[in-house]
Design a protein. Structure first.
Length: 372
């Protein structure tokens, strides 16, 4: 150090800390050989605490305010040093500023899934994340246990430790709570407070830290479980599956009518799926059907190509109307037989398909091609 700097060290000091990081917990005031002028002015701002350390021992602690550093204001340090009537200038001591305000925007999460016992579904693995705030309440404990001789101690340096403690306590909390997964969101507030108290009990006395706020933001289950929940909810919302089937097929009518080229093939596929549905619902033993035969979807005929409207009965259920081309698709797929009952406007009763010439021709092989 140069002569000018050393001379300045002998002048009256203003000891203060201007924290602009918002993330620093402890900062050591830098002085040449830790020399402080007798009568130096100490400025401790709101949200700060100043701790004097002499040869590794905490001497005096100052809260917010402005102080003149004299024997009168440094009683413990004066006792340790043996100063009865004042001390020579300069004197040596380390000064640490500790942030007692809240450090915010800290995040936590479970690095691995945690086992939760759902009362209905049994064991489930869940993940969680949230936020918390940190504040130093016992500067002496913080200096002794964490800071040591570090000149600047950031909240990030203890973040890993705190996140591990929070994750451990969260696992212990949810494993014994026996709360259903679907009810977790409604209990985030109560669970967050329980978790905060658990974590505080571990960091208060040992590290001199307070956790003023801790929040559980989200608890999530694995993706396959989410899909199962979605499917279960959808089934509960839909209720009557028959009416939902009719609604879906009816919604497809405009798209099929707008695409004449592909609409016919799509209608045939839909007819086969519909027959499979009716057959599965009706069961075995129905006239002209089997357990694997299927209901016909509500796909109307295309009036321009075939004005006739045909309905088909299978296992006590009816479906239609269909045009002849759609019925032909179902015949080709083996979904309709000659014994299947059909009806069209103008007919007096349901009639076997074999007795309806307009449809029976679908089972007649075409004539052979001309010779030559």
């Amino acid at each position: 150090m140069g002569f000018v700097e050393k001379l300045r060290g002998e002048l009256v000091d203003v000891v203060e800390w201007m924290d602009e990081s918002r993330n620093t917990l402890v900062w050591r005031f830098p002085r040449y050989h830790n020399q402080l002028k007798n009568g130096a002015r100490l400025v401790v701002r709101p949200g700060q605490s100043a701790v004097f350390v002499d040869q590794g021992r905490v001497a005096d602690t100052f809260g917010p305010g402005t102080y003149e550093l004299t024997t009168k204001n440094l009683p413990l340090l004066s006792t340790l040093r043996g100063w009865k009537h004042g001390f020579e200038s300069p004197f040596k001591a380390e000064i640490y500023f500790v942030a007692t305000r809240q450090v915010t925007e800290l995040k936590w999460g479970t690095p691995n899934p945690v086992l939760l016992r759902d009362p209905e579904l049994g064991p489930l693995r869940v993940r969680a994340f949230g936020t918390y705030t940190l504040r130093a309440t016992k500067p002496e404990a913080l200096l002794a246990e964490l800071v040591g001789t570090d000149g600047s101690f950031q909240a990030d340096e203890i973040d890993l430790l705190l996140r591990s403690i929070i994750a451990t306590e969260f696992a212990a909390l949810v494993s014994t709570a026996e709360i259903a997964v679907i009810d977790l969101a409604s209990k985030y507030t109560a669970l967050s407070e329980d978790l905060r108290r658990r974590v505080l009990a571990r960091v208060d006395e040992e590290y001199g830290l307070d956790i003023p706020q801790l929040y559980i933001v989200n608890v999530s289950v694995p993706e396959p479980v989410e899909r199962a929940f979605d499917a279960r909810s959808s089934m509960g919302v839909l209720g009557d599956m028959n009416r939902y089937q009719q609604y879906q097929l009816g919604s497809a009518i405009p798209a099929a009518a707008a695409n004449p080229a592909g609409g016919l093939a799509a209608a045939g596929v839909g007819l086969g799926m519909g027959m499979a549905y009716v057959g599965g619902m009706a069961g075995a033993g129905a006239p002209g059907t089997s357990a694997s035969r299927a209901p016909l979807p509500l796909i109307p005929p295309t009036p321009e190509s075939d004005p006739a409207a045909w309905h088909v009965a299978a296992g006590g259920r009816t479906a239609g109307p269909f045009n002849v081309a759609q019925v032909g698709e179902a015949v080709a797929a083996g979904q309709i037989t000659l014994e299947s009952l059909v009806w069209s406007p103008g007919m007096t009763a349901w009639t076997p398909l074999a007795q309806v010439p307009r449809l029976a021709v679908l089972f007649t092989p075409p004539p052979p091609p001309p010779v030559g």
